[in-house]
Design a protein around this ligand. Structure first.
Ligand code: PGA
Length: 260
């Protein structure tokens, strides 16, 4: 069975309720004009937590899915300011981004914490999109694969045993130096790391590992999306800046559809 392509829009800390509604409406209107509204792969929007409810209301009856940008590793309780997986589910989320480099850097999320959050997402019925990727210093000293390999290894002990869960995992390769910088990784660099991730997943998880989607993130734009998505081991994208403009985001969705 083939993997379904996936385009995820990560709005980060952008958008009040009104602008969030406008952005979703722009995306949904654009999608409705394409092939009778049918989307070739999956599309997920991850607005800020405060806009999840409003966006979910707009997405009802559409093929677009909702996702959170982060979740607590805890189930409930005295964790002021945190949001747990059950709350994300409750507001309509199917997916959640876990271990984004901005959280790893600013909030001290280490590999084990990221793994715990991934496990919490599965526990609460969410599909985790786990971000991995090296910094510029790590790439410059030739350690990109080693870093990504260690980030993946930390996940395996925390993965559920059932195939249905394992195959629901999404891995996002996001070289930290390419995020929000306008400087995307070269095709050769992207394919090398994606093939390495695929190899690791297959070696550790067999057929389940072959079915896990690996998406690329880091300065994906309409102008480079088609070339990136055409790469053999790239199953879609995690889009930041370009996801805040409906025309750009739609063009990126169109680019992934070319893969079929
Ligand atoms: P970017 O962000 O597309 O703005 O580089 C990607 C991400 O952080 O997921």
């Amino acid at each position: 069975m083939a993997r379904r392509t996936l385009v995820v829009g990560n709005w980060k800390m952008n958008g009040l309720i009104e602008t969030a509604r406008e952005l979703v409406d722009g995306i949904l209107t654009g999608l409705s004009t394409r092939a009778g509204g049918a989307i070739a792969g999956e599309v997920v929007l991850c607005p800020p937590a405060t806009a999840l409810h409003a966006v979910n209301q707009r997405l009802e009856g559409s093929p677009v899915q909702l996702g959170g940008q982060d979740l607590s590793e805890h189930e409930s309780g005295a964790h002021t300011g945190e949001i747990c997986g059950a709350m994300l589910r409750n507001v309509g989320c199917r997916y959640v981004i876990v271990g984004h480099s901005e959280r790893r850097a600013a909030w001290g999320e280490n590999d084990e914490r990221v793994a715990r959050k991934m496990a919490a997402a599965f526990r609460d019925g969410l599909q985790p999109i786990v971000c991995v990727g090296e910094t510029l210093a790590e790439r410059d000293r030739g350690a990109a694969l080693e870093v990504v390999g260690a980030q993946l290894e930390a996940l395996y002990p925390w993965l559920p045993a059932q195939s249905i869960h394992r195959q629901a995992l999404v891995v996002a390769y996001e070289p930290v130096w390419a995020i929000g910088t306008g400087r995307h990784a070269e095709s050769g660099q992207i394919q090398e790391v994606h093939a390495f991730i695929r190899q690791s997943l297959s070696a550790r998880l067999g057929e389940d590992g072959r079915m896990i989607r690996i998406v690329y993130g880091g300065s994906v734009k309409p102008s480079n999306a088609e070339a990136i998505f055409a790469l053999e081991d790239v199953d879609g994208g995690l889009i930041g800046g370009a996801a805040l403009d409906s025309a750009d985001f739609l063009a990126i969705i169109d680019a992934v559809s070319e893969k079929f």
